[in-house]
Design a protein around this ligand. Structure first.
Ligand code: PLP
Length: 482
């Protein structure tokens, strides 16, 4: 007989965890093209898992208590500094993720300009949502500059938007939604001329572009080698292929990072001293990332980048081959976005891909841009390119056979007229139920396997209504399980 705590028991926590995982997206099949980044190297994943487990209970709160964590952090920053062509004086911090890196870049820019009464930052409309979260948290006004037909930031319009309240100019390398690199030299120069910081958000591309350049691919300048770039964010848990919970924020010099460091001594407990938003910081993600970077090294990343870029080329070819699909922009790295013509809609293509075992991400229409499908292509996908191409061709054929989702014109008019500010909880219950997202009346939720209808409805809503509906949805999802 096995006791409930033995790993073999079906009621042991580990057995139950395995059961719980059954409904999740797979993370190591090369077929999940959003949320996860897969090296396709089981040995690297094993090393990562063991490193995380070994350090899960250590605490980065006090670097003198756990010097191993400080050492690993400094080595990770050193590796990244070389990759990002940072000067000798550059410094950096391991954070919990891209959002935290972006939040801290904005917070440091705000607090680095204490004389500015109502600080603002200027960003392209393609900048990551994390900057808007930073605006919300830190009271820094986000001045959004439209991007043009090439989806890249517009330096002239950016210059116009800058004034004496501006503490930060933002560029992406590349943007998440369209995978293109902003004109960093022009943006950084205009920031520098005005004595303003310039942050390059390379959260998703920062570990790819340097190796792409070494492989002879054309890469526009975007690193610290560009004068005027004052900080760069790059996620280890994306194309660093590290376990989740690790990103880096680098500053050109220590004085730029200073406002990011927080100390508090005016209470009866220990003097709190933190470089990030967290105080207790698990050593797990730091050790996991460090182990992966050690295991892969420059040669490993070069090879993984070669594979990911080859897979990206194949995806691009497949999109170009499908008469119903249009590439949004030629990818500058490993991110692909495509739209459809009127014979089908992108949301149905996403559902059809899901039915064939491929997870790709829908992107709703925005500011005149059509809805699209996003793929973050990782190295592991390179081993499945023929299946991916077949799945995409079959999915498009199936989506064309179904035709685009038709929303009743009355419903469309209703959505267009809804003001989220005037909606009550009961209204949201009704809306979620009508969209098939909840049973309504607080009776739990059911997510349909096919989401094209829901996405088509959301697509008709203005961003503020989308946000309100999604917040209402999240609120109803997160209730205690007793
Ligand atoms: C993923 C991403 C972020 C946010 O990173 P998280 O790790 O999800 O918090 C920020 N910027 C860009 C460009 C990204 O791709």
């Amino acid at each position: 007989m096995t006791s409930p705590t033995s790993p073999q028991s079906p009621t042991s926590p580990l057995a139950r965890l395995a059961d719980l995982r059954a409904d999740d997206l797979p993370v190591h099949t090369g077929r999940t093209l959003a949320y996860v980044f897969d090296s396709g190297l089981p040995e690297v994943d094993r090393v990562a898992r063991e490193a995380v487990a070994a350090f899960a209970s250590t605490n980065g709160l006090d670097p003198t208590a756990f010097p191993s964590l400080l050492q690993m952090e400094n080595e990770l920053v050193g590796f990244a500094a070389r990759l990002l062509e940072a000067p000798e004086d550059a410094v950096g911090t391991v954070t919990s993720g891209g959002t935290e890196s972006v939040l801290l870049a904005v917070q440091a820019a705000r607090d680095g300009a204490p004389g500015v009464h109502r600080p603002s930052m200027v960003l392209p409309d393609t900048a990551h949502a994390a900057f808007h979260k930073a605006a919300h948290y830190f009271g820094v006004e986000a001045r959004v500059v439209p991007t043009g037909a090439d989806h890249r930031a517009d330096p002239a319009a950016t210059a116009e938007a800058v004034d004496d309240t501006t503490v930060l100019v933002v560029a992406s390398a590349p943007s998440y939604a369209h995978g293109v690199v902003d004109p960093v030299p022009a943006l950084a120069a205009l920031a520098r001329d005005r004595g303003i910081r310039c942050h390059v958000d390379a959260c998703i591309g920062g570990w790819v572009l340097p190796y792409a350049a070494r492989l002879g691919r054309p890469v526009q300048p975007w690193t610290f080698a560009v004068e005027g770039v004052t900080s760069v964010s790059v996620d280890l848990h994306k194309y660093g292929y590290a376990p989740k919970g690790a990103s880096l924020l680098l500053h050109r010099d220590a004085s730029l990072r200073r406002p990011q460091l927080f100390a508090w001594a005016d209470w009866p407990g220990y003097t709190m001293l933190n470089p990030t938003m967290q105080s207790t910081r698990s050593g797990g993600p730091v050790a996991g990332a460090w182990a992966v970077v050690q295991a892969l090294g420059d040669d490993g990343y070069l090879e993984l980048t070669r594979k990911a870029l080859e897979a990206t080329d194949a995806v691009v070819a497949a999109v170009e081959e499908a008469p119903a699909l249009r590439l949004v922009a030629p990818p500058d790295s490993t991110l692909v976005a495509f739209t459809t013509d009127d014979t089908c809609d992108p949301f149905t293509v996403v559902d059809e891909m899901q039915e064939r075992g491929w997870h790709v991400q829908p992107q709703l229409s925005h500011r005149g841009r059509k809805a699209s499908v996003h793929l973050s292509v990782s190295a592991a996908t390179a081993d499945h390119v023929p299946e991916l191409r077949a799945a995409l061709a079959d999915s498009v054929a199936a989506a064309v056979a179904r035709g685009p989702v038709e929303v009743d014109p009355g419903v469309a008019a209703l959505i267009a007229a809804l003001d989220p500010a005037g909606l009550t909880d009961a209204d949201f219950d009704g809306l979620l139920a009508a969209a098939g997202l909840a049973s309504g009346g607080g009776g739990g939720f059911a997510l349909p396997a096919r989401r094209a209808e829901v996405n088509a409805l959301l697509d008709l809503a203005a961003p503020a209504l989308r946000e309100a509906v999604m917040v209402a949805f999240l609120d109803r999802l997160s209730r205690p399980a007793r």
